[in-house]
Write a protein that binds this ligand. Structure first.
Ligand code: GLN
Ligand code: ZN
Length: 758
């Protein structure tokens, strides 16, 4: 009969005990043996939880001391030379050195795991001589078996995905690298086979992206070699996050199981299954419970889907599983008792998803009748949220419908606005500004805590914020910046701050997910119709403006960034959520304008994070993302200057969309793109105002004047000086006060020198 499985369980623990253990170890509060035993306790606890919930095939080796890509690299001894690793089992000091940097060696690069908010450590193959340092999957398997009697399923990043996500080798060396890695994979798997392991899950999410022919050949070579070497082992070739490209080739690989995502890749995978069937001799890993979403699954629909799958695959050949690892969701919704009940009851985090898998598997083996009550409860819970007032705001829905019927567009084209704005603002050539936030000192953070706890009154806290604004307005004037900001001292986070003030949002108490290493985030939940309720930023911005004659730029987070950094409802398309946010934020833009704020920045650092994996879906996403930005900003007067800001990612293939946002000025991070961005602007003559960050804000180092003048000179070789702005790469909230002031002084000096040439 069908069995249940998951692809991985969250590492962090319901109380973030994993994070706390890591950080205690790093700071020396926990010695290595205590740390090891603490992690073992956490790891075994997660296995026990899954057994308790009735999961049949429990993953092992999904647990990590930091990140699974780093684990795989460490298992093969792939450690960059600068860490002076000398072979053998990789010591924790080296392992964490690669992840976090040491005093002598910079950390390895970290990047987003496909289209999720999880970041992995990018393996550096250059100069490495791969060997097996430790069979970690085997150790994990033995531990589960010996300590708990659990027959685990070791999870390993597959060879093609590992290779494709690594760096430090030329395209032409790919085959040679596969040739080096493959024998190591084989060796690891042979030991697992000898141990009597039944199933191994080889993760190959790279198969949902478009691969070159050469990579498809490599895939074939890899899995044929593996199949020939471990005939007694069942390999589950696991894909996720989308439907697979090349379905027919993939299902004919010589493996015993194929894992497909029937949530995020539902359309494509079902179409392939219908068109081409599924090999009779294979097991289908049916990923039907969403491993990334936070909502209860509509069990009736899921049963329908299972039914459809059993038309093609016999039930005893199905493994009912999550669509991907549960790494991407919080641990349990049970404790979120402060949420409105209709919301709490509609949530399913990791542990609740285990229950869902169990129910669906039971229905398959014992008939739908066996879970009748559960189905009724599920219907009821989902319906209650559906019918809640929060999801049925007629005012918002009508307004958005109306908005969508018009093309969001400013009344005048940029060229005309530019002339009007020049006349009004009389800014010097190469105007200087910053991105919004100034240092959130310990004092600022403490004040906010005291206010949140109720130890400080509203008035006292507001007076404190005004003092901070005063200090920084004076500092900015003294430094000689042209366009000032209020400093964002009242904000912890650029999404939470707005979410708390808009209708339609909820905040969990414990809903943490791992973002990278020990860093966890607690995304807000957009569960209802989003609506503007009262001005959110006007008070502080207006106050700042009253303290200076220079223009103060208002600061908002844009609709796409708010959406991409939240968990969102799934009953309406993301596009519509974006428009609801845009409509709410537009009201804030209008409030700011009415309050006399004539420059307004709408930050969109996270636009790229929502980009679909499938190339054919990207244009559509970008087009509504651009529309949402324009809806937010298009109603202002000609002289009101709209700014935006972007950072964190590559933009070179997005410049057309950025231009289509039609912001009067964009400030954009350049240092992490190593000049690539400037190069892209060479080919695309950008026609609106633009400030390429002239210094990296991620380091406490104060950049020299000459570094910035040369940066400015380089940019002005391709960009029009009349449209060019001077600003740092990003907000300054993580920096110290002194280094910030010194850096900005140098920036203004560099500008003075550059202006001399015009
Ligand atoms: N205005 C924000 C700040 O300065 C922008 C942050 C960001 O780009 N991530 O902090
Ligand atoms: Zn930024």
């Amino acid at each position: 009969m069908a069995i249940s499985s998951i692809l991985g369980y969250p590492r962090i623990g319901a109380d973030r005990e994993w994070k706390k253990a890591l950080e205690a170890f790093w700071s020396g509060k926990l010695d290595e043996p205590s740390f090891q035993s603490r992690l073992e306790e956490i790891r075994l606890g997660h296995l026990l939880k899954q057994r308790e919930k009735g999961i049949d095939l429990i993953p092992v080796n999904d647990f990590s001391y930091y990140d699974h890509m780093l684990d795989t690299a460490a298992m093969f001894g792939i450690i960059p030379k600068r860490f002076r690793y000398e072979g053998g089992t990789v010591p924790l000091s080296v392992y964490y050195g690669v992840a976090r940097g040491t005093k002598d060696a910079a950390a390895s690069e970290m990047t987003k795991w496909f289209n999720t908010n999880y970041h992995y450590i990018v393996p550096e193959l250059e100069g490495a001589v791969p060997v097996i340092t430790e069979n970690k999957p085997l150790a994990a398997y033995r531990e589960a078996k010996e300590k708990l009697g659990i027959e685990g399923k070791p999870v390993i990043v597959g060879p093609l995905t590992f290779l494709k996500l690594s760096k430090g080798y030329a395209e032409s060396e790919t085959d040679a690298w596969l040739g080096r890695l493959l024998p190591l994979y084989v060796h690891i798997l042979q030991e697992l086979e000898q141990e009597g392991v039944k199933w191994v899950q080889l993760d190959e999410p790279i198969l949902v992206t478009k691969l070159e022919d050469a990579d498809n050949k490599r895939l074939k070579t890899a899995y044929e070699t593996i199949a020939a070497s471990v005939p007694g082992l069942n390999i589950m070739l696991q894909t996720y996050f989308e439907s697979v490209e090349n379905y027919q080739d993939i299902v004919s690989l010589p493996v015993q199981g194929i894992g497909l995502d029937f949530v995020h890749g539902l359309k494509g995978n079902i179409a392939s299954l219908r068109a081409f069937g599924f090999p009779k001799d294979k097991i289908l890993g049916a990923g039907i419970i969403d491993g990334r979403g936070i909502w209860k699954a509509p069990l009736r629909d899921k049963l329908g889907l299972l039914q459809e799958l059993t038309n093609v695959v016999a039930p005893e050949r199905l493994i009912v599983q999550t669509s991907c690892s549960l790494l991407h969701v919080p641990v349990t919704a049970k404790r979120e008792a402060k949420l409105p009940p209709e919301l709490q009851n509609a949530l399913a985090f990791a542990d609740e998803k285990l229950d869902e898998l169990k129910l669906l598997t039971r229905a398959l083996s014992s008939g739908v009748e066996s879970i009748r009550d559960d189905l009724t409860h599920c219907d009821h819970d989902l319906e209650a949220l559906e019918l809640s007032d929060a999801r049925n705001r007629q005012d918002v829905q009508h307004a958005v419908l109306e908005l969508r019927s018009k093309k969001p567009q400013r009344k005048q084209p940029f060229e005309q606005r530019h002339i009007a704005q020049q006349k009004k603002w009389r800014l010097p050539i190469l105007p200087t500004t910053t991105i919004g936030s100034f240092p959130q000192s310990a004092e600022v953070r403490k004040a906010r805590q005291q206010w949140r706890k109720g130890e400080w009154s509203e008035e006292r806290y507001e007076a404190f914020i005004r003092e901070q604004i005063d200090i920084w307005i004076k500092l900015q004037e003294e430094i000689g910046l042209d366009v000032l900001v209020h400093g964002e001292f009242e904000r912890t986070d650029m999404v939470e701050f707005f979410g708390e003030k808009l209708a339609g949002f909820a905040f969990t108490q414990f809903g943490w997910v791992q973002s990278y290493g020990s860093r966890c985030v607690k995304p807000p939940i957009i569960f209802g119709d989003v609506a503007f309720e009262q001005p959110m930023t006007v008070k502080e911005t207006k106050y700042a403006q009253s303290q200076t004659k220079r223009p103060v730029k208002g600061m908002l987070t844009g609709p796409i960034t708010i959406m991409n950094w939240s968990f969102v409802r799934e009953d309406i398309p993301r596009e519509h959520i974006a428009y609801q946010l845009a409509y709410a934020l537009r009201q804030e833009v209008e409030e700011l304008e009415r309050a006399g704020i004539g420059m307004i920045q709408v930050d969109e650092p996270a636009v790229r994070e929502g980009l679909p994996l499938k190339a054919e879906e990207q244009a559509e996403y970008l087009s509504w993302a651009v529309a949402a930005f324009r809806m937010t900003t298009c109603t202002v007067q000609e002289t009101t200057q709209i700014h935006t800001h972007m950072c964190y990612c590559e933009f070179h293939d997005m410049i057309d969309s950025i231009e289509a946002m039609d912001a009067d000025v964009i400030s954009i991070e350049t240092s992490r793109s190593h000049g690539e961005l400037i190069h892209s602007f060479e080919e695309n003559t950008y026609k609106l105002g633009i400030g390429l960050g002239v210094y990296d804000i991620h380091s406490p180092r104060v950049p020299k004047v000459e570094e910035m003048t040369s940066m400015i000179r380089r940019a002005l070789r391709v960009l029009d000086p009349k449209l060019f702005w001077i600003n740092p790469d990003c907000g300054l909230k993580t920096r110290g006060i002194e280094e910030t002031v010194d850096s900005l002084r140098n920036m203004v000096e560099a500008t003075r020198i550059a202006r001399g040439k015009y």
